[in-house]
Design a protein around this ligand. Structure first.
Ligand SMILES: Cc1cc2nc3c(=O)[nH]c(=O)nc-3n(C[C@H](O)[C@H](O)[C@H](O)COP(=O)(O)O)c2cc1C
Length: 398
């Protein structure tokens, strides 16, 4: 959702300015255009050249550049931006913003802007909590300016406390969130993700390669777009996104039960998990020893419940989106699954193609709807694919 967005990054003179080039880099990787303006004091901490290189644009800092530029820069920059982000924001710059001071390019652009402004404070704990700074931040919040939190840590000044600037990743996430239209507001999404694990004994289990990345991308983007997301996830090695409700499960039976708990109340069920179809028939509560007679030469299996099929059969108006990971006859198998499980849409990927399927950050998918209409997509990030799926779900609402 940051693709083609115009982001004006303001850098003021705090020690956290060394992180500003990383913000530029992350934004550009997500397809945004970035311009940077910096205060003269910020140049004590980071060079304009670093920011110019990482933003791929000339850095703006002089108020009176008119002999070089016929454009009235503070006005054109303010009009250009979809969002202005001040990171790091010093106590000084926050004070100037709150009091309408326009004594440099950054403060003047702020005054001239009508777009959303995000302030990312970074300062010593005592400065952050000083009555003047708290008052200045309150004034700005009342005017609709978004002020992000700081983190607690050992600070550059050797004090321990709040005031540390958020990481570039978290800042970029907040920018994304603030620029995202809340077009799924009022809708409840139930999303499953990751593998399930089926234990044999306290040590061993059966599982699969699902990383959870596709389901997490769907959950993160649906939540960002205003939906109320319940994410039911099997064990993964990645951090789950911030969602309305996170339910961690282990087995397919657990996932089946968790879906049942929230299904009646949801508008959409997206089954991006890879629940195990089978589980060991017997569970040993003690570790099975290598020299024992019941060692694992043969593992007897029994079928797990088919979650998509059960809820597909019992749906009362919910939209159900399924996933199919196939290695042969992908369209045929996906269409059979769509029909037999009474799904509204199925996302199929050929897991043997490089860049598709388990563990990767990208996917190559085709989406088949109820009428058998098939759309093939080129390789793209799982986040981009998630938004395409969510757009198609949104179209089904109407
Ligand atoms: C080493 C050093 C680190 C500083 N770090 C911060 C900081 O993290 N946050 C802050 O608000 N001020 C910090 N300051 C103070 C600001 O640089 C100072 O208030 C300056 O006037 C800010 O200018 P500007 O807001 O125009 O960029 C620091 C100063 C020094 C010397």
């Amino acid at each position: 959702m940051l693709k083609n967005k115009r982001i004006l990054l303001g850098v003021s003179g705090g020690i956290a300015a060394y992180k500003s080039p990383s913000i530029c880099s992350l934004l550009r990787k997500k397809g945004s255009e970035v311009k940077v303006m910096m205060t003269e004091n910020a140049k004590e901490f980071i060079t304009p050249l670093s920011l110019q290189t990482m933003s791929n644009n000339t850095v703006h800092s002089k108020m009176f550049n008119q002999l070089l530029n016929t454009d009235v820069e503070h006005i054109s920059l303010a009009k250009w931006a979809d969002i202005i982000v001040i990171a790091p924001a010093t106590a000084n710059i926050i004070g100037k913003f709150a009091n309408g001071i326009c004594d440099n390019l950054l403060t003047t652009v702020f005054m001239a802007s009508r777009c959303r402004v995000l302030i990312v404070p970074a300062m010593n704990t005592e400065m952050l909590n000083s009555p003047a700074n708290i008052n200045n931040m309150e004034i700005l919040k009342k005017r609709g300016i978004v002020i992000l939190d700081t983190e607690k840590d050992l600070l550059a000044c050797n004090d321990y406390g709040s005031g540390k600037m958020l990481s570039p990743e978290k800042i970029v996430d907040a920018i994304d969130d603030n620029l995202t239209e809340k077009d799924l507001a009022g809708k409840k999404f139930l999303i499953t993700a990751g593998p399930t694990v089926e234990p044999l004994d306290p040590v061993r289990f059966l599982t699969n390669h699902s990383s959870g990345k596709m389901g997490y991308a769907l959950a993160a983007n649906a939540q960002k777009r205003g939906a109320e997301v319940t994410l039911i996830t099997g064990p993964t090695n990645i951090e789950p996104p911030k969602v309305h409700r996170l339910v961690k499960i282990n087995t397919t039976q657990d996932m089946f039960g968790a879906v049942g708990k929230y299904f009646d109340d949801c508008h959409v069920l997206i089954k991006a998990a890879a629940p195990a179809d089978y589980k060991p028939k017997y569970y040993s509560k003690d570790k099975i020893k290598k020299n024992s007679s019941n060692y694992l030469d043969v593992i007897e299996l029994e079928k797990n419940p088919d979650i998509a099929k059960y809820y597909g059969k019992n749906k009362v108006g919910q939209i159900i989106v399924g996933f199919a990971a196939e290695s042969t006859n992908i369209y045929k198998y996906a269409k059979e699954k769509l029909i037999s499980k009474n799904l509204d849409m199925i996302v199929v990927n050929n897991i043997v193609k490089a860049g598709a399927g388990f563990g990767t950050d990208t996917n190559i998918a085709s989406i088949i709807d109820k009428n058998g209409e098939t759309e093939d997509f080129e390789i793209m990030s799982k986040s981009e694919l998630a938004n395409i799926i969510l757009n198609k779900v949104k179209n089904l609402f109407s």
